[in-house]
Every structure is written in C-alpha cells, then in structure tokens.
Design a protein around this ligand. Sequence first.
Ligand code: CS2
Ligand code: MG
Length: 402
Amino acid sequence: MRIAAARVIVTCPGRNFVTLKVVTDEGVTGVGDATLNGRELAVAAYLREHVVPALIGRDPARIEDTWQYLYKGAYWRRGPVTMTAVAAVDTALWDIKGKVAGLPVYQLLGGRSREGVTVYAHANAATTADVLAEVGRQVERGYRAVRVQTGVPGLATTYGVSAGGRTYEPADAAVPSEATWSTRRYLAHVPSVFRRVREEFGPELMLLHDVHHRLTPIEAARLGRALEPYDLTWMEDPVPAELPEGFRLIRQHTTTPIAVGEVFNSVWDCRQLITEQLIDYVRTTVVHAGGITHLRRIFDLASLYHVRSGSHGATDLSPVCLAAALHVDLSIPNFGLQEHMPHTAETDAVFPHGYRFADGYLHPSEEPGLGVDLDEELAARYPYRAASLPVNRLEDGTLHSW
Ligand code: CS2
Ligand code: MG
C-alpha cells in the first residue's frame, strides 16, 4: 500500500476547520485534524506546500518513520503550525492503520483501560445566578465534571462567557477584537462564585476553572489558596507557561491542582513542568501536539511523575481531533479528564462520527480506525471566513495575555 494523494480541506460550518485526508492506492483513506484557531491558513499552506508533496508514494504503515521524517526533516522543529501539520498526518495514518487492521485505534494502543472517557462540560455565564443555572443544566445532562467561567463585575466581557447565551467562540473577528481585563476585579470575584456553586451542588461534583494565562505566579498562588475551600479538580493555565520555574512559586502556596498544556506542541514544552511535578494535569492535544504518536510520549512521561491527562477539547478542535483523543484517553493508564464542548449540528454533519455521550462519559466508535470522516461535498458548501482570536488590554491600555 502507498499514499496516492492527500487533500487539505478548509471548511467553515459556523467556524473554520482544516482537515487532511490521506488517500492510499488501495482506496483506504484516513483523516487528521489540522485546525489552529486563527491560524488555519498557515497550517493549510504548510501542509499543501511542504508536507503533501513528500507524502506521495510513502508507505502509510510507517507511522513512526513518517513522524520522524516530518519532525527532524523540517529542520525548523516544533512550533504550533509545524506540529499541527505533523499531527494531521500522524492522525490520518493511525486512522488508516486501524482500518487496514479492522480495529478501532484504541485497540492498537493497548486496548481499553476504562469503561468510558470521563468528560467535563462548560458552564459559562455573566452572573452568578446564571452560572448556577448553567451548572445545573450540565449536571442534568449527566456530566460529572463542570468547568465554571463567570463574568466579572465592572468588565464588559471576559474569557469563556459569550453574549446572549450563544455557544462561546473566541475567534470573533477577522482583525482581533479587543477585550479589557482587570486582575483585581477578577480575583475579588471568582472565589465567591465557587462558594455559591459548592453551596448549591455539594462536594461531589468535579469543578474546574480556566484562568487562561492571565495572572502572575503570586496572583495565581493567591487565587489557588482562595479556591482551596471549594476543592477544585484543577485551576487551568494560571500563568503564561513560558516560565516553568514560575509554577514553583504557585506550588509553595497552594494545593489547588494545576492543569497546563493546551498551547504546548511538544514534550519539550512540558518536560520541566512534568518532571518537577509543577502541574497535576497536562492538557496537550492530538491536533496541536504532534498527533497520537507524540501525545502518547507526553502522557507516558507524565505517568512517571503522577501527572494525568486532561486534553483540550474546545469547539475549535474538530470532531476528527475529538474522535482521535477518545482512543488515546480510553487506553492510557494516567487518564484524568477530557474537555467536551459539543460541536454544532452543522459541524457534526460535516464530520460524521461514531463517538457518543452517555452517563458522563464519551465512548469512541468501535468502527475500524478513528470512527470519524469528512463529508467533502458538504464541507465545500462552507467557505473559509477570516477569524482571529481577541487581544486583551488592562484598563490602562497595557497589552495583556488573552
Ligand atoms: C480554552 C479554549 O477550552 C479551553 O480550555 O482555553 O477555549 C481556548 O481559549 C481556545 O481553544 C482558543 O482557540
Ligand atoms: Mg483553556
């Protein structure tokens, strides 16, 4: 069997997605997610110009060799664009391998290690009353874990909370929109929201919160300590993660667990955080961290240091990524949680898939391969629409992490 063609499909069923479809000379196809929110065309060009020509004629069964070829052969190693492109190829080749073997991919990864993949839902709302209602809705749907994001009094917008109850989509304008941020207002408000959620829903429900890279280490230490009475499963991205040593300061002051990694694209980004046990969950994903092959390397390293997985799963990662993530989540020994933002019906129609939600778990498809595909005819009806992530400024205009 040889790779005969590889198509890069950009589609926008409500938001942009990039998908690589690899076609073999025996007609077996495989798909890989190549979506990088706000940088979709960069990855599409990288694939079309620098990867696809080198794939034609290769043996699709040689997944590891192809991964090394695309990683070491790039010379300019790592980075979100490169590693998302590598991820798409890797994921598509695992899909093909599963189809050829007649097995769902998790069976090729060592088989099932649990009954289902515990997922967490989002409860995002501007006011505490609406947050409580949203948490209630997710609990009724069967979720055992809920991430809580709240508006902040005095701020027009904040991360995670959309206007008018629409599904949250941060890439909201071709040229980045601008948001205003106040750490003081945020730190003064968030603990009170979690106090009310715990009062309302009791101690069992797993609660999470995404700080979204916005604090300094000592501010994150303060927040972590203030949240300790509410027993969070994790405080996510408390600080920008370029400075791993900064997490030592947070660790000195609080036992609130920390989750980091959705912006990481290789094991080198998270090595120190893992080996110094500065985090409790690593949130790297199939689509942005080099595919199934590299993600397993990251999770294997993490398993040596009591660090569990907590993969990113926002709606700007396609159903192809989610389908692949579930095969990894089901099989690794140190699974923690999987983020689950359900895609819209429009998106699900473009990406027919076999995974399903039941009783707080997602279950991957039992079909051979990943159990997801791309309907190219339907995808063609949704042309790309330029969209960028916002930027954040403090109240005095200083540019801040978004
Ligand atoms: C967030 C994401 O889901 C999360 O944890 O951090 O929504 C993130 O903001 C987006 O994926 C960025 O495109
Ligand atoms: Mg996040």
